[in-house]
Design a protein around this ligand. Structure first.
Ligand code: XUL
Ligand code: CO
Length: 436
């Protein structure tokens, strides 16, 4: 097999003092933190679509990257790309990857031809997985690039498009199962609208609910044991997407009786597009028992779109890891770098710098968060803030023992509530002491 990244050797942990750009300064896969290794906690994944299919093209400009696996025959390119991908995973030392069906194999003229191509590449992927020990974190299906999906897939006005989408997801589920995938993600792509005047919103929601039930049924039928995720995103490519944020996904899952079958795959840049933070989205998911996996990236504070940059902000990785650890850590999910290098980062080695930096940023977040938990840095402050709920009044309200009449009688007797400070600035100072 040719070497596609000849300038890079296996990336090792060299510790914080290292000046080697191709070494980890913080991510030490075997180092134990709160009883588990860093690798077990962080479960890093590489996103095939950005890292191996990204070209550097943007809406204004042509591709800028040259890669050793580019080839005039699309199937030969797919084979070489896969070999390059596994060389990359192994050199980087990540245990997982994620892909859409036609990231790894080019779509053919017909569904049958596409499936044949996919089968060929997936066999090769299985061999490379076995040779390297790299696993599939989750599989997914591209229901947004082809022109047939311009009006959505499950929410398309055409039942023929719905059928095509069902056929694609069926195959993607089979392939994910064949590769031992630990999960499967549904990202809406174009499940939303551009113009409300031509959209029957209620009907589109019902169709999306029906589609996901079909997926749940087929999952049972083929005995695929992986976890299903739905990935919220408020807009882009459509003006409004139905899986807007964690809260709207939760309402949707509940309404259609799907809440026991899907958890959330939360993406940092989608959170900010929705006017939230990653912290908010994780907190909502954790509070409702649907925190599944994370697409780790970041937006640009000054740009309003999904720039999908690699995460570098230690404050954010600390907050994220704090919530993830508090929620019990990842089980089937992980940190998938749904992120792309910039258009001018044209060298193949830039892919290594991007992932090394992001892995170190999350390793630092993990260590900081574990220290906060060990020191119980916030526990007392939060417990103090809610201590009233341990009183008789609090317990009676939470236990459903009192109603408005009792609350009125209590208030007549006790008058104005006690005032207590939220101590936000103090808490922010405490947290800053942990950002290392
Ligand atoms: C798009 C996005 C997708 C999903 C998988 O913004 O995040 O790549 O993660 O379809
Ligand atoms: Co994503």
């Amino acid at each position: 097999m040719p070497e596609y990244f000849p300038k890079v050797k296996k990336i090792k942990y060299e510790g914080p003092g290292s000046k080697n750009p191709f070494a980890f300064k913080h991510y030490n896969p075997k180092q134990k933190v709160m009883g588990k290794t860093m690798a077990e906690h962080l479960r890093f994944g590489v996103a095939y679509w950005h890292t191996f299919c990204g070209t550097g093209a943007d809406p204004f400009g042509l591709p800028t990257y040259n890669r050793a696996y580019h080839h005039s025959d699309p199937m030969r390119e797919a084979e070489m790309k896969l070999e390059a991908a596994f060389e990359f995973f192994t050199k980087l030392g990540v245990n997982y990857y994620c892909f859409h069906d036609f990231d790894i194999a080019p779509e053919g003229e017909t569904l049958a031809e596409s499936q044949k191509r996919l089968d060929h590449i997936v066999k090769l992927a299985k061999k490379l997985q076995n040779d390297t020990g790299v696993k599939l974190l989750w599989g997914t299906c591209n229901l947004f690039s082809h022109p047939r999906f311009m009006g959505g897939a499950a929410t398309s006005p055409s039942p023929q498009v719905f059928a095509y989408a069902g056929a694609k997801v069926k195959k993607a589920l089979e392939v994910t199962k064949y590769l031992g995938g630990e999960g499967y993600t549904f990202w809406g792509g174009r499940e939303g609208y551009e113009c409300l005047w031509n959209t029957d919103m209620g009907r589109e929601f019902d169709h999306l609910g029906r589609f996901l039930h079909m997926a749940v049924d087929y999952k049972k039928e083929i005995k695929f044991k992986g976890q299903f995720y739905i990935e919220p995103k408020p807009c882009e490519p459509t003006k409004h997407q139905y899986d807007f944020d964690s809260a709207s996904c939760y309402a949707f899952l509940q309404h259609y009786g799907l809440v026991d079958h899907l958890k959330l795959n939360i993406e940092a840049n989608h959170a900010t597009l929705a006017g939230h933070t990653l912290h908010h989205e994780l907190a909502f998911a954790a509070a409702h028992g649907i925190l599944g996996s994370v697409d780790a990236n970041r937006g640009d504070e000054l740009l309003g779109w999904d720039t999908d940059q690699f995460p570098t902000n230690i404050y954010e990785t600390t907050m994220a890891m704090y919530l993830i650890l508090k929620a019990g850590g990842f089980t089937t999910g992980g940190l998938n770098f749904d992120a792309k290098i910039r258009r001018q980062s044209t060298d193949p080695e830039d892919l290594f710098h991007a992932h090394i930096g992001a892995m170190d940023a999350f390793a630092r977040g993990l260590k900081n968060a574990a220290k906060m938990i060990k020191d119980k840095a916030l526990d007392k402050i939060v417990a103090q803030r809610y201590k009233g709920w341990d009183s008789k009044l609090g317990k009676d309200i939470e236990g459903g023992k009192v109603g408005f009449k009792e609350l009125e009688a209590y208030t007549f007797e006790h008058g104005e509530p006690e005032v207590q400070s939220g101590r936000q600035e103090y808490i922010e100072n405490v947290i800053n002491e942990y950002i290392a």
